[in-house]
Design a protein around this ligand. Structure first.
Ligand code: ADP
Length: 319
């Protein structure tokens, strides 16, 4: 292995830069030339690829977003787009590609691997919705952003005696909502993995109201539904003044947490090690604090599971 490429794809996540840094530095440490692909698969097809040196990734470990930029590309989903990408990489002499992104990006990486071009996936998404890893890069930072925001909302909820619905990201996974709910001591959590509990949320609010409780925080995962609609439904069912906050893209931004920087450094470096060992079609991850890797097809075939013990605990602690 003499030359490899690295790209970031799909939704950006804090810690992607730390992962890019680890890839570049570990490659150079092992005497491998490393090329940055700009704008994800779109840039790969266009040949928007530049060699990176030690200094290219200086002073980025603490920065949110991705210096390689990210993009979504419909054309890359086609056979023709994938062939074009492989031709661009062959032109430069690349022998392997590291893809930092979410499950959509991994589908692309698995297609390239099937066509004979070895790729390694590094899970970078705030949603924590990927199987084969306990955490994805960006989850911890986004969680802390939400915790901070909900603390502030609680101050005003307490002062005004209102119910607050806070809609958080996570796509089809409830992890961000669940962890934030536990960390913020939310009265209720609504996650897509447990869709039958709207009535129990209403009952809990009414019980609280009956014993004089005047404010509540409900964390709603975006995968469950629209925050504004849920706010209306809760207000109608409880007769309590209800406000809605949709946290939106602030959850994607910001300087990565210490945990995300460490995770990104470990996973980015491991991805390079795997290419050196001649392995392709793998995704790196962390399980029980050990860096692991799995077949990327298996990762894509298996649905990520939310921790239902934590969900039950949250209900116990917010009676
Ligand atoms: P994420 O990686 O965060 O899940 P997306 O789902 O938007 O983000 O995927 C990012 C990009 O990966 C897409 O724009 C597309 O170019 C590529 N991609 C997604 N699905 C496939 C697929 N089935 N085959 C090939 N490429 C895909």
């Amino acid at each position: 292995m003499k030359k490899i490429g690295v790209l970031t794809s799909g939704g950006d996540a804090p810690g992607m830069n730390a992962a890019v840094r680890a890839v570049v530095r570990n490659a150079i440490y092992n005497d491998i030339e490393v090329y940055g692909v700009y704008n994800g698969y779109e840039g790969l097809m266009e040949g928007n690829i530049k060699q990176m040196v030690i200094g290219s990734v200086g002073d980025i470990i603490q920065r949110g977003g991705t210096i390689l930029y990210s993009a979504r590309s419909e054309k890359f989903k086609t056979d023709e787009g994938q062939q074009q990408a492989i031709e661009q990489m062959k032109k430069i002499g690349l022998e392997g590609l590291i893809v930092i992104g979410g499950d959509g990006s991994f589908r692309g990486a698995s297609k390239l691997t099937e066509k004979g071009f070895p790729c390694i996936g590094v899970p970078g998404t705030i949603d924590n919705d990927i199987s084969g890893t306990d955490y994805t890069i960006g989850f911890d930072t986004a969680l802390n952003t939400i915790v901070d925001a909900v603390d502030k909302i609680r101050d005003t909820a307490t002062s005004h005696e209102r119910t607050y619905v806070v809609e958080v990201m996570g796509r089809d996974a409830g992890d961000l909502a669940l962890w934030a709910g536990l960390a913020n001591g939310a009265e209720s959590i609504l996650i897509p993995e447990k869709t039958d509990n709207f009535e129990s949320v209403v009952q809990k609010l009414k019980r609280g109201q009956a014993r004089g409780k005047k404010h509540s925080i409900i964390i709603l995962a975006e995968g469950v539904g629209n925050g504004v609609e849920y706010g209306k439904a809760i207000e109608e069912a409880t007769n309590m003044e209800t406000r809605v906050t949709v946290l939106g893209h602030i959850q994607r931004g910001g300087s990565p947490s210490g945990y995300d920087r460490v995770l990104a450094s470990r996973l980015g470096a491991k991805a390079v090690d795997l290419l050196i060992e001649g392995k392709g079609g793998r995704m790196v991850g962390v399980e029980n604090n050990v860096v692991v890797h799995h077949d990327i097809h298996e990762v894509l075939a298996k649905k990520h599971q939310v921790n239902m013990n934590m969900y039950n605990l949250s209900n116990q602690l917010s009676i």
